[in-house]
Design a protein. Structure first.
Length: 112
């Protein structure tokens, strides 16, 4: 099951949504001293885009809240690609730990 869902909010505009605090990776996030809220997931998305998918940079915007991560824009393909990246991390605690370790090693700070 996918952690993210893509919604067409108006014709040609899309939102990628993840309900924070509802993923298999949440325990790994908490164990690392973070809160798996929407702002944390924005950091995960930004880190993944910056390190693993630089072609997605500037193709959508973020609008997280405490209980929800959201990225939005008109580029459906970019949001689908981001969704695949996030789904992979959200489903796998070991992958989340890998991302957190890499982020820490690179001086990346999460806003959670």
């Amino acid at each position: 099951m996918s952690a993210t869902r893509l919604i067409e909010t108006t014709p040609g505009n899309f939102s990628l949504v993840l309900d924070a605090g509802s993923t298999p990776a949440d325990a790994a996030v908490s164990d690392a001293g973070h809160e798996p809220n929407g702002y944390f997931w924005e950091g995960v998305a930004a880190f993944l885009v910056g390190t693993e998918a630089p072609g997605l940079k500037d193709r959508f915007a973020y609008d997280p809240e405490g209980g929800m991560f959201c990225a939005y824009g008109a580029d459906r393909e970019a949001l689908e690609d981001l969704g695949m990246l996030l789904d992979e991390v959200a489903a796998d605690p070991a992958r989340m730990t890998e991302v957190l370790t890499s982020a820490e090693a690179n001086g990346f700070e999460f806003d959670d």
